[in-house]
Design a protein around this ligand. Structure first.
Ligand code: 5AD
Ligand code: FES
Length: 351
């Protein structure tokens, strides 16, 4: 599949043809990876952030946010909940901080979770741009996956949605460093950003291949009224339903282009449609990331507004996710690490 084919998928307007492409992507997923859907328990451990991304609800200039940092005990309790439920892996996500207190805190928590679970719970970090030294420390403490979205592979668009002290080059460099250290590497983009074009999205998928990415998390951009990007013109989708359809087409095109990769059906899909994540699975995604953060923190971690599951208890989220996945005809792979096939099939990567 080349870039013209990707573009055709993204531009397809005929409903029955779109349905056919989604089915093809799901078939590719099933024949490459089977019926399994992997769970990652998402722990949003802090909304304190030193960055000021123009799209993000928890950017440092949003003074209406009530800031929190979960305690070590709370984070470990959430991780153990995931472990006992058979999630196989967790994601520790937070606003971006690079001070020694934070770096050491994470290092310590990763070590402790590995100790308590005899390294049977895969730990993914989603903690933004850091120095090579920090990435190495976190890797050595036992975190072996890292998610860092490129947000968009178009450098000039990247500059439009970030403050001037952010650098696209540094973001790409972080991805290369993470790969070099040996992390299983995840990235992703937002779909329907102001000023974004279909060509940008095609290039995003080519970027995933070029950077040898193992895991993808991408979802619709949902504007937040307390951010500078609120009300900016979006060219490629006029409504929530168009944006959902475009996001699903991105999942399908990525699956067909990169069959072995892990692709998440993200929570942002569900923000657009109560069945958004199931639709993501039906378009070729194979990972779901239920939010297992303690309920009292959830309404303070609003990257975008109308985020779903804010009032749910972690256990409810679990039960509801299992039912929702079965509804798609797939099966939840409990107690499975869910490593990306792109990663495990590389020589020397033993998990
Ligand atoms: N809409 C959708 N996704 C968002 N993110 C941040 N803000 C928004 C928003 N307004 C995504 C970014 C980030 C991830 C953690 O959440 O892609 O990398
Ligand atoms: Fe920091 Fe979004 S700007 S997490």
């Amino acid at each position: 599949m080349n870039s013209t084919k990707i573009k055709n998928i993204l531009l397809e307007a005929d409903y029955s043809e779109i349905k056919r492409v989604f089915k093809e992507a799901k078939t590719v997923k099933q024949s490459t990876l089977g019926h399994d859907i992997y769970l990652r328990g998402l722990i949003e451990l802090s909304n304190i952030c030193t960055k000021d991304c123009l799209y993000c609800g928890i950017r440092k200039s949003n003074h209406s946010v009530n800031r929190y940092l979960m305690t070590k005990d709370e984070i470990i309790a959430s991780a153990m909940f995931a472990f006992e439920k058979g999630f196989g892996s967790i994601v520790l996500q937070s606003g971006e901080r690079d001070d020694e207190n934070f770096v050491g805190f994470i290092e310590n928590i990763v070590e402790e979770i590995n100790y308590l679970t005899s390294q049977q719970l895969r730990i993914t970090l989603s903690l933004g741009e850091q120095t090579t030294e920090t990435y190495k420390r976190w890797f050595n403490s036992g975190a072996h996956r890292y998610l860092l979205r490129i947000e968009t592979s178009n450098e000039s668009l990247y500059n439009k949605i970030h403050p001037t002290n952010h650098s696209y080059g540094n973001r790409v460099n972080c991805l290369s460093v993470l790969k070099e250290i040996g992390f299983q590497l995840g990235t992703g983009v937002m779909i329907g950003l102001p000023y974004q074009t279909i060509t940008d999205l095609v290039n995003d998928i080519l970027f995933f291949k070029e950077m040898d990415i193992d895991m993808i998390g991408m979802g619709p951009f949902i504007e937040h009224s307390h951010t500078p990007l609120f009300g900016q013109p979006v060219y490629i989708a006029n409504s929530h339903s168009q944006l959902l359809e475009l996001s699903l087409k991105m999942i399908a095109a990525t699956r067909i282009f990169l069959p072995k990769i892990n692709i998440a059906a993200t929570t942002a899909l569900q923000a657009l449609d109560p069945l958004g994540r199931e639709k993501g699975i039906n378009a070729g995604a194979n990972v779901i990331m239920p939010n297992i953060s303690p309920p009292q923190y959830r309404e303070d971690y609003l990257l975008y507004e109308d985020k779903p599951c804010v009032n749910d208890l972690a256990n409810d989220c679990f039960d509801c996710v299992i039912k929702r996945i079965e509804f798609t005809g797939q099966k939840v792979a409990l107690f499975s690490s869910g490593d990306s096939l792109t990663f495990t099939s590389k020589k020397g990567n033993i998990t």
